[in-house]
Design a protein around this ligand. Sequence first.
Ligand code: SAH
Length: 377
Amino acid sequence: MCPWLQRGGVRERDWSMTGDNRLLNRLRQQIERNGPISVADYMRICLTDPDYGYYTTSQTIGRDGDFITAPEVSQVFGELIGLFFADYWQRLGCPSQIRLVELGPGRGTLVADLLRAGRTLPGFSEAISIDLVEVSRVLRRAQSEALESSGHSPTWHDRFEDVPNDRPVFVIANEFFDALPIRQFVRMGGGWHERQVAWNPDQGALTFAVADTRHDGDFDQTDSQDGDVIEASPAACEMASSVGHSIAQNGGAALFIDYGYLGPVVGDTLQAVRAHAYADPLAEPGRVDLTGHVDFSSLKLAANSAEAKCWGPVSQGEFLRRLGLQERLGMLAKDKPEHVVASLRASAERLAGSSQMGRLFKALAISTPTGPAPAGF
Ligand code: SAH
């Protein structure tokens, strides 16, 4: 997360830190037994291994954690998203029962802020059942606490596919897709080979390697040279397709917000963050956050092929301004002392400023093919 951290902050690998890392030991044994693993498998194991995964074992989000997300920057973020969904619910004719699904809700801050803002529209809150898709038991507890005073009792699921398919769905995902595993392919000798994670016995450390098999047919990248890296995220595409399919079947809308690009792009976006600084992705498996930038064009293709319609992406800054960021700030700042007003302005700048989260982060909406246009797009 936090891709607006200054580059150059990557720490030198500190071998002494890896001594008691059980996940590292397990990965070493697995690689020694079965051979190198793909970057995607490495990411999946590091983030979601039931015993030692980064998300499954720790509280990672917030000022005391490793990275801060938009809902943790300001309540205005979740509130505007609440207004986005309340407005869309109205545009759909106020269906009496909907599922509000959040993918990867973190500490539950966004959904709590969303519900509070949504209460301003009569009937919206009453229509909602909440389904949270979350792998981490630690974070499920935090989400339960965040929603305690909301009057809603969420149901948790390990996978989106487990959410019942019985009524319109409103799906929100903020900084979720960047946590889904990416495959990487490196151009070597004119062909594309999958990048892998191997074990280097001389250094006693994990190291990058490339597989022998060529994947040339999968890419139409003519404008490239040896050493270039291309990425693909089958897991992200499957998720976008499942959400698109559910909306096409039952109605509703989705909003995906994340940092990323509209592909095709050549480049290695795998990054590790710990304690608000860049880290080495291989040095401490399970103890650092690993992410890749999201390829919005492939999410759109996946949702479109599930018969859903995509809107955008638009930049996060533009999206929040269109939803009324300035007006909401004005309301919160009214009659407040100068230091509170300054802090509100600073958090709005962080969310929407083009040198901070405003441009790199993007919002993509999904609806049925004939659904009304969502606010902000
Ligand atoms: N949306 C939150 C948290 C983002 S961090 C926010 O904006 O603050 C990513 C979240 O996705 C965490 O809650 C993490 O536990 C969850 N997560 C990561 N991979 C997942 C997966 N494969 N399935 C379900 N949840 C996942």
